[in-house]
Design a protein around this ligand. Structure first.
Ligand SMILES: *[C@@H]1O[C@H](CO)[C@@H](O)[C@H](O)[C@H]1NC(C)=O
Ligand SMILES: *[C@@H]1O[C@H](CO)[C@@H](O)[C@H](O)[C@H]1NC(C)=O
Ligand SMILES: *[C@@H]1O[C@H](CO)[C@@H](O)[C@H](O)[C@H]1NC(C)=O
Length: 355
């Protein structure tokens, strides 16, 4: 298992070097702007000023990030950051919370740790912007853009990334002490209700001008150090019930994008199959302990010294992938290696389709 994982890391480093060789030289981004929606997997500091436990604006978060501890739940860049670099953006897309008028014309990141598709998801730990709220914020940004006399029709040419849904399971359905969803719905029914709401939210995004939209399906959320330590695994590497939930949900992405694309003639929704990317061996996947020392269930302990060899850890804290994992996911989301990685387009092709 150990050599499988180090081999994988090496492969990813080569892909990364090759990518930077290819893409760093381009001066003009492939799309005029890039908008990001989602949870802690792509949050870049929107929660910093909220009254909330969903925060990462302290060391050792950001130890490998040029601007330090910005609020990213990682040692370095998120998948959204890396994809932005592949798209040719020289600067990171700013968080909604602090984005200036000058910055918003190239895009905004609305993502918020702890949030979900459902409004109540994550509320037990305090403030966060739910997906509905993020859409409201996007509407406000569009108004700001029109006030600044920007051409709103270019919004159709922009890239949109949405990475959400994990918290609706791990910080809602599987927390029966705080949430009633597991009493209201069977798991199967819950994934249906959730997907229905998600589909509605994505239609709202489309109505606000989004056409090229990449949806990240869920990782095997039953394999995180938090899940395995909290629920136990019966000797297996992962928590079966939680992975089953993710799988039930993930299998609805293909019909979702097909429906969105046929109902809306010029829509280009696509989904990224993260399961196949982060855990190529399925349940026998690499399982490494988190890199940082924990404070409580999942977060890094403030001021602690992180592990020295971060490229050998899948997870940075007990929930969030380390930068090396994000590089692997972003690289294959951008340039699919396996046919199962992206459907119907990887991001490289998505931004080149003419709509
Ligand atoms: C606005 O952008 C669209 C699409 O890029 C373009 O076709 C149109 O000519 C632009 N309008 C103005 C007034 O610049
Ligand atoms: C379930 O919880 C939500 C808030 O989290 C509440 O609005 C709703 O009324 C509850 N439903 C039932 C049937 O208890
Ligand atoms: C993701 O990819 C794996 C193979 O790598 C495949 O077994 C699985 O069905 C795919 N998931 C979806 C939702 O397409």
């Amino acid at each position: 298992m150990a050599h499988e994982s180090s081999f994988l890391v090496l492969v990813h480093i080569f892909i990364l070097l090759w990518h930077f060789g290819t893409y760093k030289v381009s001066s003009k981004p492939k799309v005029p702007c890039y908008f990001i929606f989602g949870d802690s997997l792509v949050d870049n500091g929107n929660n910093n000023e909220l009254y909330s436990k969903w925060k990462a604006n302290y060391r050792p978060y950001g130890v490998d990030f040029p601007k330090g501890d910005t609020g990213r739940f990682c040692n370095g860049r998120t998948t959204a950051d890396i994809i932005g670099q592949f798209l040719g953006f020289n600067d990171f897309i700013p968080p909604y919370a602090t984005a200036t008028d000058e910055e918003i014309s190239t895009g905004v990141n609305y993502a918020s740790a702890g949030c979900g598709i459902r409004e109540e998801t994550g509320s037990h730990n305090g403030g966060r912007f739910s997906l509905d709220m993020q859409l409201v914020n996007h509407k406000a940004v569009i108004s700001r853009l029109s006030r600044l006399q920007q051409n709103i029709s270019t919004l159709k040419e922009c890239m949109y990334l949405v990475n959400i849904g994990s918290n609706d399971f791990v910080n809602n359905y599987f927390l029966p002490d705080h949430y009633n969803t597991s009493r209201l719905y069977s798991l199967k029914k819950y994934t249906e209700v959730l997907m229905k709401q998600y589909s509605k939210q994505l239609r709202t995004l489309y109505k606000m001008g989004a056409r090229k939209v990449a949806l990240f399906a869920l990782t095997q959320i039953g394999c995180t150090p938090l899940a395995t330590s909290k629920f136990g695994t019966d000797g297996k590497p992962c928590v079966k019930e939680i992975n089953k939930a993710a799988m039930l949900f993930n299998h609805k992405f293909k019909p979702l994008v097909e429906k969105l694309n046929t109902d809306n003639e010029d829509a280009l929704f696509t989904f990224i199959n993260i399961t196949s990317i982060l855990y190529p061996q399925g349940d026998r996947a690499m399982r490494t302990p988190p890199c940082c020392k924990l404070d409580g269930e999942w977060a890094c302990k403030a001021g602690s010294i992180p592990c020295p060899f971060r490229i050998f850890h899948i997870y940075y804290d007990a929930l969030h992938p380390s930068e090396i994992s994000n590089i692997a996911m972003a690289t294959r989301a951008y340039h699919a290696i396996h046919p199962a990685d992206a459907y119907p387009y990887d991001i490289y092709h998505l931004v080149r389709v003419h709509n």
